[in-house]
Design a protein around this ligand. Structure first.
Ligand SMILES: CC(C)(COP(=O)(O)OP(=O)(O)OC[C@H]1O[C@@H](n2cnc3c(N)ncnc32)[C@H](O)[C@@H]1OP(=O)(O)O)[C@@H](O)C(=O)NCCC(=O)NCCS
Length: 162
């Protein structure tokens, strides 16, 4: 009997979205009572890794912090909601957009405080990169994000180390 290759799997960005909520405690803050930047990056890294695990079904490693912006400080006592969503998937690598919104629930206001892009690689049991399902962008925005990131990926492959 002829051996069939596994069919290519596709998943949409919505299928692996992760939303994570944190209360900011004093131990997470600096001397100005603001959430430490490194702590925010840790929250974001976990959310991004969970999105990639959901998409790939594999262990993942962070290989690149593409960008991170700190637009407003987050105060102790505020609630932060971190949303992580895939914008691009290659053969074994996955790029995630991560947004953090802080909420002062006493005065019922929300602010977009951070936007970041992190890249992860799916790993097999020996720790080698492994192929992941492809991404099937649905909306016009998702399609535009995917095309932009594909161009970035191709540019980086032509100039490694950038
Ligand atoms: C993840 C790791 C095993 C990949 O090994 P590697 O030799 O770079 O593997 P490859 O060259 O085959 O690249 C695998 C994929 O990663 C991507 N990649 C590797 N380094 C990258 C970087 N710095 N930025 C963006 N993508 C990168 C490649 O483009 C490729 O993607 P593709 O398959 O979609 O085309 C290795 O880089 C590693 O162990 N890094 C350290 C990870 C780590 O410790 N993270 C912190 C804790 S989670």
């Amino acid at each position: 009997m002829k051996e069939e290759k596994n069919p290519i799997e596709y998943r949409t960005p919505d299928e692996s979205v992760v939303i994570k909520t944190e209360l900011i405690l004093p131990a997470m803050a600096n001397l100005r009572n603001n959430l430490q930047g490194g702590q925010m990056m840790h929250f974001m890294d976990i959310a991004g890794a969970l999105t990639c695990r959901r998409h790939s079904g594999c262990e993942v490693a962070t290989v690149r912090v593409d960008s991170i912006e700190f637009q407003y400080p987050v105060k102790v006592g505020e609630i932060v909601t971190i949303t992580s969503k895939l914008v691009w998937v290659g053969r074994t690598s996955m790029k995630v957009k991560i947004r953090a919104v802080s909420e002062d629930h006493k005065i019922r206001t929300c602010k977009l405080t951070n936007v970041a892009y992190f890249t992860y690689v799916a790993l097999d049991e020996e720790g080698h990169p492994v192929e992941v399902p492809r991404l099937l962008p649905q909306t016009e925005e998702e399609k535009a994000d995917f095309e932009r990131e594909q161009r970035e990926y191709e540019k980086r492959r032509q100039a490694p180390g950038v």
